[in-house]
Design a protein around this ligand. Structure first.
Ligand SMILES: Cc1cc2nc3c(=O)[nH]c(=O)nc-3n(C[C@H](O)[C@H](O)[C@H](O)COP(=O)(O)OP(=O)(O)OC[C@H]3O[C@@H](n4cnc5c(N)ncnc54)[C@H](O)[C@@H]3O)c2cc1C
Length: 407
């Protein structure tokens, strides 16, 4: 039985009926473009300095603006407050967002993608009606999966949960939890049966970050940002009703969460890279940059540009295939992740060499100056690690897709 959480988004005040045009791709694109151009200009007026301190306020402002026109969660099923926006229309929105340089919804990555994927598939009716409507109102979720000794080998996690009546008592440590310092809730993986084989003794919880015993310690990154944190858990009491799925079935639930990390998110990143490269080249022309006189460098840029266009085409093809099959294939997930993030690494490396020393001082946080070559370079490493490192993805490609033997 489907739980109806909210009415589908309807035409909103403000004159932007974007979703009403969803059946006509060209009209939909133009409506999205008009709304985005207006809203992004307003965003730039509201937050002219783009300081790191403004990050949270800017993200919340952006979510509220999206919500006004039904564009906060349009990709969700209408039964849960979304608009059943097709993948091809999601692609249009991603293209238009990249074109105008709209802020990525970084603070809400888990709220917008992991939460619906997980709760719609595995949540109880109460969990769905309690948590899904909050997302479009700006409730921030974080992911507490990785641990100091469990990253690629996530199933080795050691954070312990022990049943105590109608609660579980949780002790342990999580790491690399993005934006957890802003989060109201956390999706948490714990070990409930240390005797079982490692994939079988894991339980999945929804944790209120205000629960006594939860301590968040931000980690300072090399570019000055602090968007990750460690989460220390000491005798944290989580009610049984916050468990997702059965006890010791958390690994299966987590697979649903992890599969929500790619697809349209990677497409969005690919589109943004295109505009980053175009702007980099246009700036170089304006400044008569020295690298434009170096045939080796210009050839390299042309090769990377062609590679980027090839990636965009491939991503489009895979998205179309996924839409036709109504599912992401494992192959798509692996390709999208590895190809996109590897290319971004190469582009970041090129930009840094082309720009020379001048850009390597006065480094700003990635939220303030995302296009600064040093930032493109530094943040490109994270992409190849987050959501399963590229080495692990290549192992998956070799073993599960190509059928090669395990080494
Ligand atoms: C930008 C970013 C955001 C993140 N956000 C979150 C978050 O919100 N929540 C969260 O829980 N975690 C998050 N993470 C953590 C991320 O999931 C882990 O960093 C990742 O799973 C790798 O784990 P690790 O860092 O422990 O590296 P390790 O697993 O220790 O790996 C170290 C190196 O060894 C390689 N390696 C490991 N095993 C193999 C193997 N079998 N074969 C070949 N090579 C191997 C890896 O590829 C890597 O290069 C984030 C990470 C990044 C970079």
């Amino acid at each position: 039985m489907t739980t109806v959480i909210a009415e589908p988004a309807a035409k909103q005040p403000g004159g932007h009926d974007i979703l009403g045009k969803a059946r006509n791709p060209q009209a939909f694109r133009m409506a999205a473009r008009n709304w985005l151009e207006e809203t992004v200009a307003a965003e730039k007026r509201a937050f002219p300095d783009r300081t790191a301190d403004d990050f949270y306020k800017r993200q919340q402002w952006w979510m509220a603006e999206r919500n006004k026109v039904g564009m906060a969660t349009p990709h969700w099923p209408s039964a849960y407050g979304g608009a059943d926006l097709s993948l091809s229309n999601q692609v249009i929105v991603a293209e238009e967002m990249a074109r105008v340089g709209a802020p990525p919804m970084s603070l809400f990555t888990v709220s917008l993608n992991h939460i619906p994927a997980t709760l719609i598939r595995w949540g109880t009716p109460e969990q769905k009606s309690r948590h899904l409507p909050g997302v479009s109102k700006g409730v921030v979720w974080c992911q507490g999966f990785s641990e100091p000794n469990a990253g690629s080998d996530l199933a080795s996690l050691g954070t312990r949960a022990v049943r105590d009546g109608d609660h579980y008592i949780v002790n342990g440590q999580k790491i690399w939890s993005s934006y957890s310092m802003y989060a109201a809730h956390c999706i948490l993986l714990t070990r409930t049966d240390p005797q079982a084989s490692k994939h079988k003794g894991i339980t999945y919880f929804l944790m209120d970050m205000k629960t006594p015993g939860v301590e968040v310690r931000p980690l300072r990154q090399v570019n000055g940002s602090a968007k990750f944190a460690e989460i220390f858990l000491t005798d944290v009491r989580i009610p049984v009703e916050n468990r997702v799925g059965e006890e010791n079935q958390g690994w299966t639930v987590a697979q649903t969460t992890l599969s929500a990390e790619r697809g349209i998110l990677a497409f969005d990143a690919g589109e943004r890279l295109r505009y980053q490269m175009e702007a980099f080249h246009a700036d170089a022309l304006r400044a008569d940059a020295a690298w434009l006189q170096d045939p080796e460098m210009t050839r390299e840029f042309a090769r990377l540009f062609a590679e980027m266009q090839g990636c965009r085409r491939l991503l489009r093809r895979l998205m179309r295939e996924n839409e036709a099959n109504a599912a992401s294939t494992l192959e798509t997930v692996v390709y999208v992740k590895v190809i996109n993030t590897t290319l971004k690494r190469k582009v970041g490396d090129f930009m840094l060499r082309a720009q020379g020393l001048q850009d390597q001082f006065h480094l700003h946080g990635a939220e303030e100056r995302p296009d600064q070559p040093m930032n493109v370079y530094i943040t490109s490493f994270g992409g190849t690690i987050a959501g399963g490192s590229n080495e692990i993805m290549l192992n998956v490609l070799a073993e599960r897709i190509l059928g090669m033997p395990k080494s």
